[in-house]
Design a protein around this ligand. Structure first.
Ligand SMILES: [Zn+2]
Length: 219
């Protein structure tokens, strides 16, 4: 929707809001039951306003209201106020949120107080989670021996049962596991026999200086 269309939509929305409020919500024109219905309509129009406002670029600046708030001249939203919804274009690049990192040296008393982002996105069938947290105290096993969980930014991607985990210290790829097959082992490649290694479909990538550049797992 372009700016002109948006202005038009907003103007007619304001008219509807005024109509409901003047005719049904002020004075004693409606009985209690009807009043509730009109109140709901007003709320739903408010929601429509919120969604239209998401499309506004606030390009005509702000005006100051009687109660000294700066609001957008087009959509009426308060300057700098947080949005409760995201509006994403169906085509093209989508962006949600800003890059967040741990932002305090403090160790917080609880996980909830340390949390900065804890969010999940289901994207065309793949699942992406973002967890950013400052350090906090945890007493997982008993209250006397609590320990500090380090600040971290953890990103996980899940697709077809495969999980890719990236945090500040580790990159892990976990294939779908069959729990019935029992114990799981691990080791650096030089600790594993050639015979065993032949079962692992992994190709290492490196440069002339033997710098590790990545790996490919064949499926
Ligand atoms: Zn605006």
């Amino acid at each position: 929707m372009d700016g002109i269309q948006l202005k038009k939509e907003l103007r007619s929305l304001y008219k509807s809001l005024d109509f409901v409020s003047e005719n049904f919500l002020s004075g004693r024109k409606a009985n209690k039951k009807d009043g509730q219905i009109y109140f709901n309509i007003y709320q739903q129009l408010g929601l429509a306003w919120e969604f239209l406002g998401l499309q506004c670029k606030h390009g005509e600046g702000y005006r100051t209201t009687r109660d000294r708030k700066e609001v957008c001249k087009i959509c009426g939203k308060v300057k700098g106020a947080g949005e409760s919804y995201y509006l994403l274009p169906k085509e093209g690049h989508k962006k949600i949120g800003l890059r967040r990192m741990p932002n305090s040296k403090k160790v917080f008393p609880t996980k909830a107080k340390a949390q900065i982002v804890n969010d999940t996105l289901d994207f065309h069938g793949a699942s992406l989670t973002m967890n950013v947290s400052n350090a906090y105290r945890s007493s997982l096993f008993n209250r006397k021996h609590d320990f500090a969980i380090a600040a971290d930014r953890i990103v996980t991607l899940k697709e077809r049962g495969i999980e890719c985990w990236i945090d500040q210290h580790l990159i892990m790829v976990r294939m779908k596991r069959d729990r019935k097959r029992g114990a799981i082992f691990g080791g650096f490649p030089w600790e594993i026999s050639r015979k065993q290694l032949k079962h692992f479909p992994v190709i290492f990538e490196y440069d002339k200086g033997n710098r590790f550049l990545g790996l490919t797992i064949l499926k």
